[in-house]
Design a protein around this ligand. Structure first.
Ligand SMILES: C[S@@+](CC[C@H](N)C(=O)[O-])C[C@H]1O[C@@H](n2cnc3c(N)ncnc32)[C@H](O)[C@@H]1O
Length: 247
């Protein structure tokens, strides 16, 4: 799915509706008493607007202007501060919770990943939480993501989609080659890169940034992740350590 093509952005919420993942982030926000929440890689803002509530300030950050346009104009969009950009836009000590939903962490590649984690740690107050999901490389999800061309009706017209994935390179990056063809004859080709990282690697990366993992779940109901290849999902919750160098 291209995040810059307005036709495809219009289809995004149908393919990615509210669900148990959104419930998880909302419950975590409530249970942790978070009052300043940043949704990094907020996309069309479907989750972001539902994080708003009395006494809460919610910020949505995303690099895609097309996704943000959808976010700004949705119902409740006026309650969120929307910012175009990436993690460097997070203000220091501005949040008690940062969320990344919808594989956002996997979209942040190589050196940018460690930079993003440092930016998030800088943005969180001591004890503040980071929550996000990532795919377990041992489950080899990319092998199931191949899709033959097929037509379907969407709000943007009839759409024909196909998807082919290359297996990960040494850095764990999987390339997804998508082709989208609309009934008006226009065609969009899109390559997306997702980086698969092991639990151990993510725990270490978080720790280097000053974030201690407090839980890793294998589903959105809080079952513990135990590492098997039959557990495709890893949901991380980490807390910002007291006393980072910059404090
Ligand atoms: C699959 S969408 C998820 C959107 C939304 N969080 C959701 O759950 O529906 C991935 C989003 O990550 C954003 N993204 C890509 N690279 C990013 C980066 N380096 N930093 C922050 N967001 C990024 C894309 O623009 C896109 O909106």
């Amino acid at each position: 799915m291209s995040y810059d093509n307005p036709h495809l952005v219009a289809v995004y919420d149908i393919d990615n509706p509210d669900g148990p993942d959104h419930d998880f982030f909302r419950e975590l926000a409530t249970n942790s008493g978070s009052t300043e929440i940043t949704d990094l890689g907020c996309g069309t803002g479907l989750l972001t607007v539902t994080l708003c509530g009395p006494g809460r300030e919610v910020t949505g950050i995303d690099p895609s202007s097309a996704m943000l346009e959808q976010a700004r104009t949705r119902q409740g969009g006026d309650r969120v501060q929307w910012i175009q950009g990436t993690s460097e836009q997070i203000s220091s000590n501005s949040a008690d919770m940062v969320v990344m939903n919808g594989n956002v962490a996997m979209h942040i590649l190589n050196a940018q990943w460690q930079t993003a984690l440092s930016d998030i740690a800088r943005g969180l107050r001591p004890g503040g939480l980071l929550a996000f999901e990532s795919r377990n490389p041992a489950a080899r999800a990319w092998e199931k993501w191949q899709q033959e061309a097929s037509w379907r009706e969407t709000p943007a017209g009839i759409l024909r989609e196909s998807l082919r994935t290359d297996p990960p390179g040494e850095d764990g990056v999987v390339v997804m080659h998508s082709t989208y063809e609309f009934d008006n004859g226009s065609v969009a080709n899109d390559d997306q890169r997702l980086q698969f990282r092991s639990r151990e690697r993510i725990v270490e990366d978080l720790s280097m940034a000053g974030l201690n993992v407090t839980a890793v779940y294998r589903d959105w109901n809080g079952a513990p992740f135990t590492g098997g290849a039959d557990q495709p999902l890893m949901v991380f919750v980490a807390a910002r350590r007291e006393g980072l160098d910059r404090d």
